[in-house]
Design a protein around this ligand. Structure first.
Ligand code: ATP
Ligand code: MG
Length: 363
């Protein structure tokens, strides 16, 4: 059984408008989202800004209130439990946010930051508590010399290590990583990803990994779910999604990887226009206004997410529709991104003094 099974998860936000604040709009942030995460593996959630990735993560963590659906974590349906029982059932999951500075209380020392979850969620105290804090810091590559310092004395990478140590304190099974390296220098990014990879193997952790950088996703995730305007449009094993993408949005997203090469920049046009408002999402397939293959049915019927060709896909295009030109463009953009990625990893390390272990191509 999967560690995490999300089924039909729907989160809408009500917002009041106008002077009287009476008229109410509904933001369709996540609609009937389904995926599962296997133990010890990484599932990446990708999609443009506003597609609902954080909303889904927050629903799993109990930080918003879904209207519909189920979240089965370690065999327990969280949304069917009382609030108090949900909190206990969620002990096995932790989160690491994008900005390490704002997620750590600047007034607390590293010792207190890492000890806090242990004081609240475990029985350990005294010497055992101190030993556990030191052990956790060592696990993330920090030493006892860092114990009594405060967050502002650290680099972004080191702060993210402290945030990871805090998250590991209560030995979680699942870590929700919401853009954990996006705020960091590229060379520091690689070190944090390597650390996460090592911890995943040593502690059999499962990661729900939210990221914008598709090159990072390809190297860290075993499975990928692509979101567009609150819906999953395509999901499956990383190799399938990257090497044989079939949904026009996945294809456009992969072809839109920014490139410094002017000859390749035209690929970015694959994804033209802005994401429509989540308050009044397009009818039928939400991607249809931006889809160059749209057919009559596309604005009329919502395509179901169905199993097809080794992945799940929600698209009205016939199975044998020729997408070879788009697949080629996506492949070309990806190979440029891989070369850039290699060049970037060779960049001189700054700000995070832990030696750089070699980053594996795939976890
Ligand atoms: N608390 C809220 N109240 C109202 N609308 C919200 C709230 N939280 C998120 N939204 C809206 O829900 C949609 C999805 O937002 P979300 O933050 O989940 O996207 P995201 O994929 O994480 O984007 P990003 O990549 O920028 O982090 C957006 O339209 C956003 O404006
Ligand atoms: Mg987000």
């Amino acid at each position: 059984m999967s560690l995490l099974e999300v089924e039909d998860l729907t989160v809408h936000f009500k917002i009041r408008r106008g002077l009287t604040r009476k008229s109410i709009d509904t933001v369709h942030a996540a609609d009937e989202v389904s995926f599962s995460l296997e133990r010890g593996t990484t599932l990446a959630l990708v999609g443009e800004s506003g597609s609902g990735k954080t909303t889904v993560a927050h629903a799993i963590l109990g930080l918003n209130k879904p209207q519909k659906g189920s979240i089965v974590f370690a065999g327990r349906d969280l949304l069917a439990l009382s609030r108090g029982t949900q909190r206990t059932a969620r002990r096995g999951m932790q989160v690491v946010f994008q900005d390490p500075y704002s997620s750590l209380n600047p007034r607390m020392t590293v010792h207190d930051l890492v000890a806090e979850p242990l004081r609240v969620g475990s029985e350990i105290s005294g010497d055992a508590l101190r030993e556990r804090v030191v052990e956790l810091l060592e696990m993330v590559g920090l030493g006892t010399q860092h114990l009594w310092r405060r967050p502002h004395e650290f680099s972004g990478g080191q702060c993210q290590r402290i945030a990871i140590a805090r998250a590991l304190a209560l030995s979680p099974d699942l870590m929700v990583l919401d853009e954990p390296t996006s705020a960091l220098d590229v060379s520091v990014q690689a070190r944090i990803l390597t650390l996460l990879h090592r911890l995943q193997i040593e502690l059999t952790l499962s990661y729900l990994f939210i990221a914008h950088d598709l090159a990072v996703v390809e190297s860290v995730a075993s499975a990928v779910a692509v979101m567009y305007l609150g819906k999953i449009v395509e999901s499956g094993p990383t190799a399938t999604i990257f090497e044989d993408p079939r949904h026009p949005y996945t294809l456009a997203l992969l072809a839109s990887v920014p490139s410094p090469d002017p000859d390749r920049r035209s690929a970015g046009a694959a994804l033209s226009g802005d994401v429509p408002s989540a308050i009044d999402p397009p009818s039928g397939c939400r991607f249809h206004p931006r889809c160059k293959f749209r057919m009559d049915v596309c604005d009329q019927e919502i395509p179901p997410l169905e199993d097809r060709d080794g992945r799940r896909i929600a698209c009205h295009l016939p199975r044998d529709f020729d997408l070879s030109a788009e697949q080629e463009a996506a492949r070309a953009a990806r190979s440029t991104a891989v070369v850039e990625d290699r060049q970037r990893s060779r960049a001189r390390p700054r700000g995070d003094e832990t030696p750089v272990p070699k980053m594996p191509r795939r976890w």
